[in-house]
Design a protein around this ligand. Structure first.
Ligand code: DX5
Ligand code: ZN
Length: 218
């Protein structure tokens, strides 16, 4: 079992001062940050691209976890790897060579993750579980920060955690969307160990206390 890990989502940071918003995470001693990439097609919103990730890279030692919400993620693996991503997570829903793309991410020296929208069952990624470092269960429909947590995703977490145990696998099980301390506790009880938090992190009155609480979820 992996210890609980908080991954703040830069989407909720100040976009006029992205480097400062990255530093906020680093200054708390947290190891990881979540970068949301949107194409306006797979999700009805746009965020930022590889040029922004590359610009942030020299100023930070954080583990960059890049969440690609793209119709054609396989076309953008190299740019995001070259930009300095440490992990690239791709959605299962679009049609492309998922296994081949995960292998390509790894060949480029990054960890790889597979992501499920709320409407996609855990069974859709059964054949990929042995290949990934991370399974990301969306707990909102992706596209925007600040949405309400979907409690109906808890059975999916339990199912993936059970499969992980029964198959002796070691991927991290992450949740993204509507995560605060209360919903993180529910997800942790269901098997999640990695927690993306945008609005609740950047909006927290005491971010250090917020981050510390995540280390002691159990
Ligand atoms: C949603 C993104 C999330 C988002 C989460 O489309 O994938 O990473 O930033 O935001 P909050 O934590 O505000 O729900
Ligand atoms: Zn995300």
């Amino acid at each position: 079992m992996h210890p609980p890990l908080l991954s703040p989502s830069l989407l909720a940071g100040d976009h006029a001062r992205l480097a400062d918003s990255v530093r906020v995470v680093e200054d708390l001693g947290l190891p990881r940050i979540h970068l949301d990439i949107m194409d306006g097609h797979f999700v009805p919103n746009l965020s930022f691209g590889p040029q922004t990730v590359a610009a942030l890279r020299p100023g930070s030692k954080l583990f960059f976890e890049t969440h690609l919400m793209l119709d054609e993620p396989h076309r953008y693996i190299e740019p995001f790897a070259k930009a300095g991503s440490n992990l690239i997570a791709i959605h299962i829903e679009p049609t492309y060579d998922h296994a081949g793309t995960l292998a390509r991410i790894r060949a480029l020296g990054c960890q790889c993750g597979i992501v499920l929208n709320p409407g996609t069952p855990a069974t859709a990624i059964a054949g990929l579980l042995a290949q990934v470092d991370l399974v990301l269960v969306m707990t909102v429909q992706p596209g925007f920060g600040g949405q309400a947590f979907r409690r109906d995703m808890l059975p999916k977490l339990r199912q993936l955690d059970a499969t992980r145990r029964s198959q002796g696998l070691n991927f991290r099980l992450e949740v993204d969307g509507g995560i605060d301390l209360a919903t993180a506790r529910e997800c942790h009880a269901a098997g999640a160990d990695t927690f993306v938090a945008g609005t609740s992190f950047y909006g927290a009155p005491d971010r250090a206390a917020f981050a510390a609480a995540f280390a002691n979820l159990g």
